[in-house]
Design a protein around this ligand. Structure first.
Ligand code: DQQ
Length: 525
């Protein structure tokens, strides 16, 4: 690919048997700038072909950048994209683009609408806080609706626009939603999830058995709320608001930003992608020659409780699995480590579940411990507890001086158990100058009645972890110095006082996905 920088996923869609992913792309450097829509396609969400760039900043309405946006399949299945342009004045405006040739399933060429810009920052909208149109949905009145992220009076808003023809858009007096607890909302996303089903739901579907998710990107994280949406009135009433009463629902409690979902009509699922930033210095990003990557695509559903979403890597990822090791029913004594040998630990998929006895011995939760990230940063993997920390050490050097610990601790509080999941990067590399953050979240598991499971996708400088069958996700970027390639090891560990039991562990080496570039040059002159 040459020297480049990659950021937000844009306009993901499934069209005529092909998955399309566009993304914020700097063709010239491993830093943010010259923002262009790169375009890659896949038949299985695993192997990818890079095509020529879809949108470049070369018109007055996007000359300072083709920023984030989304795809919509219009009635009859025609795909279009709405995206933000930074215009000659660096004002943010919303633009439309269409494929040049609909019979080309690869949709190689995109044409910007002669009507651009379609939405401009007027009527009090601040021109630097007006961006990232969502996938549009069609109401029962036939009008299309779209949200645009905004900051007004210092707070986050999802502005609502309606249109009959997708060209002339009128702003609704009321936003779909807003919050005084946050600043600017970037990359909003709004979609239905089925309450009882196992399938994803099309964005324009208004089945009564759905809830609607509103996601907004702020404070370096992707936060969401659940609520009920009435399409006739465009009223959206949330169950619990953003950051209300200690509620902090996030797609991922680590590095994961500016994400977007799409409905995969082929497999009837909703798929989520997020941008995973570097945790290294800009100087090193430039030296490395690239920065930023996309998460593994995740399918996303409402949990059985109806109170949160659950995510799981798309099943296609499993085709990369090879060389399995597994064991069952293994006691992990307090203070011990167990090597998971026989796989390529630098590029692996691992699933483990833990059985806990002695739960009555769990430490009492201090009522002042309300911030899980803080708990994880203070009680890092070496800090012994009663039940936990137990979990895995990924990217570990043989002598364990380098290790990325993904683990759980169990506490007692008001007669119940509280489980916390942490990803501790503090010892992930001997290198200096990295952001070795520690992440954490409470996870809705009752260890008396179910096992505590963890799946981690480990890939050289990234680990994406899914706790409790996808109830909590944490993604971390790490840059080991020793624990690389065949010097990288994987361990299960228990640093609690009490034993835990591994009821099941399965790990696989992972093959490389195939990524090829189409013959045309991607770097324009
Ligand atoms: N990235 C885009 C914006 C968006 C931000 C610009 C989020 O449209 O708000 O590259 O990462």
């Amino acid at each position: 690919m040459g020297t480049c920088g990659v950021a937000d996923p844009n306009g993901p869609m499934y069209y005529k048997g092909v998955y399309h992913l566009f993304y914020q792309y700097n063709p010239y450097a491993a830093v943010w700038g010259n923002i262009t829509w790169a375009h890659s396609i896949s038949y299985d969400l695993v192997d990818w072909i890079h095509l020529e760039n879809a949108l470049s900043p070369d018109d007055p309405f996007d000359i300072n950048g083709c920023w984030s946006g989304s795809a919509t399949l219009l009635t009859g299945g025609k795909p279009v994209v709405l995206y933000t342009g930074s215009d000659t004045m660096k004002h943010q405006v919303q633009n439309l683009a269409e494929p040049k040739n609909l019979s080309d399933p690869l949709l190689r060429e995109w044409v910007k609408s002669s009507h651009n810009p379609l939405m401009t920052p007027v009527d009090g909208i601040e021109p630097e806080f007006f961006r990232d149109p969502t996938t549009a949905w069609q109401g029962p009145d036939g009008l299309w609706r779209v949200l645009v992220g905004n900051q007004m009076d210092g707070h986050g808003w999802a502005l609502l626009y309606r249109s009959r023809d997708f060209v002339t858009w009128t702003r609704s007096r009321e936003p779909l939603h807003s919050s005084t607890r946050t600043g600017m909302w970037e990359c909003p996303d709004f979609y239905p999830v089925s309450v009882d089903g196992k399938e994803g739901v099309d964005t324009s579907s208004f089945d009564n058995s759905t809830k609607h998710v509103l996601k907004a990107s702020f404070n370096d994280c992707d936060h969401y709320v659940l609520g009920n949406y009435t399409p006739v009135t465009d009223n959206y009433s949330v169950d619990t608001d953003f950051l209300e009463n200690g509620s902090d629902l996030r797609y991922d409690y680590g590095k994961f930003y500016a994400s977007k979902t799409f409905f995969d009509g082929g497999k009837k699922r909703r798929v989520l992608w997020g941008w995973i930033q570097e945790a290294d210095s800009t100087t090193n990003d430039i030296e490395k020659g690239w920065s930023g990557l996309q998460s593994v695509p995740r399918s996303i559903l409402l949990s059985k409780t109806g109170k949160q979403l659950v995510q799981w890597p798309v099943e296609e990822i499993e085709k990369l699995r090879t060389g399995n090791v597994s064991f069952e029913n293994k006691k992990l004594e307090g203070g011990s480590v167990l090597e998971v040998s026989g796989i390529t630990a630098s590029q692996a998929d691992m699933e483990v579940s833990f059985d806990l006895s002695n739960l009555e011995e769990a430490e009492l939760m201090d009522p002042s411990w309300i911030d899980p990230q803080l708990i994880c940063s203070q009680k890092t993997a070496p800090v012994r507890g009663n039940i936990g920390p137990f979990g895995i050490l990924a990217f570990a050097s043989k002598d364990l001086t380098e290790q990325t610990a993904i683990f759980f601790r169990v506490f007692r509080s008001d007669g119940k158990h509280v489980v916390i999941m942490c990803s501790d990067q503090s010892r992930s590399s001997l290198r200096e100058g990295l952001r070795k953050e520690t992440y954490g979240t409470f996870i809705d598991i009752d260890p008396l009645h179910e096992k505590i499971s963890l799946r981690s996708l480990i890939d050289h400088s990234i680990v994406e972890s899914f706790g409790g069958d996808g109830r909590a996700c944490i993604t971390a970027r790490v840059y080991p110095k020793l624990a690389i390639d065949n010097q990288s090891y994987l361990y299960a560990f228990n640093n609690g006082t009490f034993d835990v039991n591994i009821s099941n562990l399965n790990a696989w080496s992972m093959k490389k996905a195939q990524i090829v570039s189409s013959t045309k040059r991607r770097k324009p002159h």
